[in-house]
Design a binder for this molecule. Structure first.
Ligand code: NAP
Length: 309
């Protein structure tokens, strides 16, 4: 099979054609492109079928595990493929590791080191019990997230654009510093003992539930297929994104116990992001499981925050 690889502007990416076996897969083609170009390793490549000029249709994206034959229109000798460079890529575990490492290391700096003295605050700093528990709670949260990244999540995409590392780190690292600054501040006023216990107690319950939700999601990909299934069991029986629900509520628990404007700002921003993602995930599951042609129908469920949404 002879494959012509063009860029989206119609220019030939590889001079001449690539010669591949008739049984070659999309992965084989990606490796052949990599061999010839050196720069474009497989996860950097997005391969599509050409579309008619002026057409508004979305191009068909080639799936790496599929055979190239499946994308030919009868003529298995010739195939034209359109190539797009997705830019430098980074694996998902590495992306998540860097974004979570920041808050895990930055927060304790404000607790353990004389940061406020350097910032001009005179006098002795008295550490309240709630500030110590907040440190444990915070570090447990981000440590758990790193552990989940490496040992629990089964991602469907191998990589993400490198630029996301900078964007996501900016988000997590700056919020980490912002909250740590106010919770550990020498002028911080603690909430009552009862409020602290309710907040942390509720938050820990939600963190453990969040871990359990992630284990349920992991088991949906037990066969290693990487596709999407209808999540069920525990809170997933009532809400599509129970993992986000428990994530939002665990931050609420932290904020009930620590009560800072910075913490609540983070809660609202995170809830806003997760709500948008949850709406998209809910829509995708409803589209995949539409009850037609033997496919199961997605059950009626809340999206993220019952009884509101
Ligand atoms: N504080 C914040 O701003 C914030 C924002 C977002 C997330 N988070 C936290 O980070 C965690 C991870 O978030 P995430 O958005 O990356 O992933 P996610 O949606 O929570 O999913 C975790 C893993 O389960 C997989 N999965 C999800 N739904 C599935 C289904 N129906 N069938 C099979 N597998 C499924 C995902 O696959 P894919 O790889 O295909 O997605 C992913 O690998 C969240 O649960 C939350 O605790 C925090």
């Amino acid at each position: 099979m002879k494959v012509t690889v063009t860029t989206r502007s119609g220019r030939e990416l590889i001079k001449g054609q690539l010669e591949l076996n008739d049984s070659a897969t999309v992965t084989d083609l990606q490796e052949a492109i990599h061999k010839r170009t050196k720069k474009y390793y497989p996860s950097r490549q997005r391969l599509t079928l050409p579309i008619k000029p002026g057409s508004k249709e979305k191009p068909t994206v080639l799936q790496s595990k599929k055979s190239l034959k499946e994308y030919t229109d009868g003529n298995i000798d010739q195939l034209t493929i359109v190539f797009k460079d997705l830019g430098p890529q980074v694996s998902y575990p590495i992306l998540f590791f860097w974004e979570y490492l920041g808050p895990l290391l930055i927060y304790p700096i404000f607790y353990f080191f004389p940061v406020y003295q350097y910032l001009g605050f005179k006098g002795e700093r008295v550490i309240h019990p709630v500030q110590t528990y907040a440190l444990y709670y915070w570090c447990f949260h981000y440590f758990k997230r790193i552990m989940e990244t490496f040992f629990v999540h089964r991602f469907s995409h191998a990589t993400s654009p490198l630029s996301n590392v900078f964007r996501n780190c900016a988000y997590y690292w700056s919020f980490g510093a912002y909250i740590a600054y106010y919770v550990n501040h020498p002028l911080y006023t603690p909430v009552t003992d009862l409020q602290m216990k309710i907040g942390f107690g509720f938050g820990i319950l939600c963190q453990v539930s969040n871990l359990y939700c992630h284990i349920i999601l992991r088991n949906l990909r037990g066969d290693g297929s990487g596709g999407y299934q209808i999540p069920s069991g525990f809170l997933f029986n009532i809400v599509t994104c129970a993992n986000y629900t428990t994530e939002i509520y665990q931050w609420l628990g932290f904020n009930i116990a620590t009560q800072t404007v910075a913490g609540y700002v983070f809660l609202f921003v995170a809830a806003f992001i997760m709500t948008n993602w949850a709406l998209a995930k809910h829509r995708r599951l409803k589209r995949l499981f539409d009850g037609k042609e033997g496919r199961p129908k997605y059950p009626r469920r809340w999206v993220i925050l019952p009884p509101f949404l």
